[in-house]
Design a protein around this ligand. Structure first.
Ligand code: MRU
Length: 364
């Protein structure tokens, strides 16, 4: 996607040296667009853990490149397995991280140590390119839904609601949930997006709002608790979110607060769609609530807020009562029964085992 007319991906190999890896430091957005150069496994692991990069597909791609960086130092089998395990341990919920590293290992275990670095870079590039293609395809399948709503209310704009950031910053390009929005907007459909701020880290207010604004998509940032109100008043035509892991039965793990939005959508008859590339499906689990590990993050993300002061400096302030403890589960699980459907790169399906197997029969 473009920022100030310049096309970017969210991760790329330095075109000059052909090995170091560039990312945007997403902890600095929306205040600054800072590019970070990664040269070691530990820098890649830090980028994922500290959420300089975040979003399920992107952390998979960065982990794959992190393994490339590690192999440059030691391409032996023992080191490779150790380094992959270190990268895999950075964040627990998004399955793309493990998927990408497993794919790298499957390819590299059958490769001579002397050839591993080149093979690893080729495989990481394939992971990144395939992610772009998958997101673009989800954009097309999801835009059809928005076009359908627009056709049913001629002359009126389509109101969408999204949670967290499932845009190009969360993937290699396009995004998952935001790809249909970009496609529909670019096709000339009049639309507007309610952007949940997404406490505690504010990925909606900071990242989604920045992305949509940079692309000229009309949007409004709302408090996380406002979505149900707008749904009750007929001001949301469709909710669309991304996901960090979907079970083979169609349960959806996504950023904390997604479940409450799905409940409100269910109660108000608002379609609730989840954009889910196949790399985010965990075919080994069925019951999302019982089986998906939920990352518990620092209490400081809840008690404190970071933002820009009037003089332009970035500051962190405490908003919770001094001394009060805080809990911070980063994700929740929405049962498939509350999900209208999944948008994948192969098309749309019900959020059920049958729906998913209809699109991915090879997983039966
Ligand atoms: O903690 P994050 O920011 O890495 O969470 C991931 C997300 O951005 C969301 O949960 C998103 O909706 C799914 S990733 C496309």
């Amino acid at each position: 996607m473009k920022v100030d007319g310049v096309a970017y991906r969210s991760v790329w190999v330095d075109p000059g040296d052909s090995w170091s890896v560039h990312i945007f430091d997403q902890t600095k957005l929306p205040w600054a667009l800072e590019i970070v150069r990664l040269t070691t496994r530990d820098q890649a692991a830090h980028a994922i853990k500290s959420m300089q990069v975040r979003g399920a597909p992107l952390i998979g791609a960065v982990a794959a490149y992190g393994l490339c960086l590690a192999l440059r130092g030691d391409a032996s089998s023992d080191a490779m397995e150790r380094d992959a395990a270190i990268l895999a341990a950075t964040r627990p919920t998004a399955i793309n991280l493990r998927w990408a590293l497993d794919r790298m290992l499957i390819r590299l275990r059958n490769t001579r140590a002397a050839d591993r670095v080149d093979t690893a870079y080729a495989e990481a590039a394939a992971i990144a390119d395939e992610d772009v293609a998958q997101c673009e395809a989800m954009g097309r399948y999801g835009a059809e839904l928005i076009e359908g709503i627009a056709a049913a209310k001629p002359g009126q704009r389509v109101n969408l609601l999204t949670h967290c950031n499932a845009g190009w910053l969360a993937t290699v390009d396009w995004g998952t949930a935001l790809a249909p929005i970009y496609k529909a907007h670019d096709a000339g459909i009049g639309l507007h997006v309610w952007v949940d701020e997404t406490r505690p880290r504010n990925q909606g207010a900071a990242l989604t709002a920045w992305e949509l604004g940079s692309h000229g998509v009309p949007h409004t940032v709302i408090a996380d608790n406002a979505g149900g109100h707008y749904m009750q008043h007929g001001m949301v035509d469709m909710a669309i979110v991304g996901t960090d892991r979907v079970t083979r039965a169609g349960d959806v793990a996504n950023k904390i607060g997604t479940y409450l939005k799905a409940l409100a959508a269910w109660d108000n008859g608002v379609p609730f769609w989840v954009a889910c590339p196949s790399t985010t499906i965990d075919w080994t689990v069925s019951d999302g609530v019982k089986e998906i590990p939920i990352e518990e993050r620092s209490a400081a993300e809840v008690t404190d807020l970071t933002g820009r002061m009037e003089d332009g400096t970035i500051a962190t302030i405490r908003v919770a009562a001094v001394g009060s403890p805080a809990a911070n589960p980063a994700f929740d699980v929405t049962p498939g029964r509350l999900v209208t459907g999944l948008i994948t790169e192969r098309g749309r399906c019900a959020a059920t085992a049958e729906g998913l197997l209809g699109l991915f029969p090879e997983r039966a």
